[in-house]
Write a protein that binds this ligand. Structure first.
Ligand code: FES
Ligand code: FE2
Length: 308
């Protein structure tokens, strides 16, 4: 009888993961007469390792960023692992997906398709000469009678990985660009829990000095994105006063522009958070947003470091 706690499990960070070296053998025990095919894929990136890891562990971006992604039901999330049921495209078919962070920059993903194919994916983020690289290797296992479908699955996995990484590039690369402007993120040390909490993870850079703009520079009843001392806001001047929305999302730093306004609400393109307007007016002259205090005095909006 198999041991309840397999001594070959890798124990890391207080969590046990299957050892890479026994995956094939375990699949052959699990599926008598198993055929195993291998595939893989390397994707070059300009992002930092921590951004690649964060992006992989951040599961909430998927329905907003990826065309190839259906919906998912999260069952379990822990810092090093997550389990969910994912819909297969638009089909009423559900696929169990296990994600695990099993070693430094190394991820497991185990997927079962229709109960007859097991796909074991190992993803590793690496530093290479001109940046970084995502190195993905997979094993497709099924009964040998179904081996003829392995090439099809193999092609699908390559295509989906290619498309999804291209869709993820702008998100990951923006983090690098923002750090160069002084931003930080509470998810700079990412795990499955902090990457999936919809909290204010953006740490805005300190303001250089007090700065201001004239309300006369804002077009009337038209929404614009404006930088005040490199701090962006979405603003609209109307007879009520000045409506203000964040121009950089407090969640993970997505750029929010006037195009993201739907009615009176801006919807962030990365994870769908919605922000209603805050008002600067004669009766409400100050507010704190994006790590800055905005104050309306006469026809000027002044930006300052908020009192802590
Ligand atoms: S960055 Fe996540 S909702 Fe805006
Ligand atoms: Fe993604």
């Amino acid at each position: 009888m198999a041991a309840f706690f397999d001594p070959t499990l890798i124990e890391k960070w207080g969590v046990g993961f299957i050892n890479e070296g026994v995956i094939d053998e375990s699949l052959r025990k699990l599926i008598p007469g198993a055929a195993i095919s291998r595939g893989g894929f390397k994707y070059p990136s300009k992002s930092e390792l921590r951004d690649l890891a964060w992006n992989h562990m951040d599961q909430n971006h998927r329905p907003y960023i990826h065309r190839t992604y259906g919906d998912a039901m999260r069952i379990f999330v822990q810092q090093q692992a997550a389990f969910s049921l994912t819909r297969f495209g638009r089909w009423p078919v559900v696929i169990p997906v296990f994600d695990g962070y099993f070693r430094e920059q190394g991820f497991y993903q185990f997927v079962v398709v229709f109960g007859i194919f097991v796909i074991a994916i190992i993803m590793e983020n690496k530093v290479v000469e001109n940046g970084t690289e995502i190195d993905i290797a997979w094993a497709i296992a099924s009964h040998r009678w179904l081996r003829f479908l392995h090439p099809l699955l193999n092609r699908q996995l390559t295509n989906v990985n290619n498309i999804q990484n291209r869709e993820d590039d702008p998100i990951r690369d923006r983090r690098v660009a923002m750090r160069a402007e002084g931003y930080r993120f509470l998810t700079d040390e990412p795990n499955f829990v902090n990457s999936n909490r919809m909290e204010n993870n953006t740490v805005y850079p300190p303001l250089q000095a007090a700065a201001s703009i004239s309300t006369a520079d804002l077009p009337e009843n038209r929404t614009v994105r404006i930088d005040i001392d490199r701090r962006a806001f979405v603003l609209r001047r109307s007879n009520r006063g000045i409506e203000v929305w964040p121009g950089v999302c407090p969640h993970e730093g997505a750029e929010i522009s006037a195009d993201h306004l739907q009615g009176n609400t801006v919807k962030c393109p990365w994870h769908g958070l919605e922000f209603g307007p805050r008002l600067l007016s004669e009766t409400s002259q100050a507010l704190v947003m994006c790590g800055a205090r905005l104050e309306l005095a006469g026809d000027r909006i002044t930006l300052q470091t908020p009192a802590s």
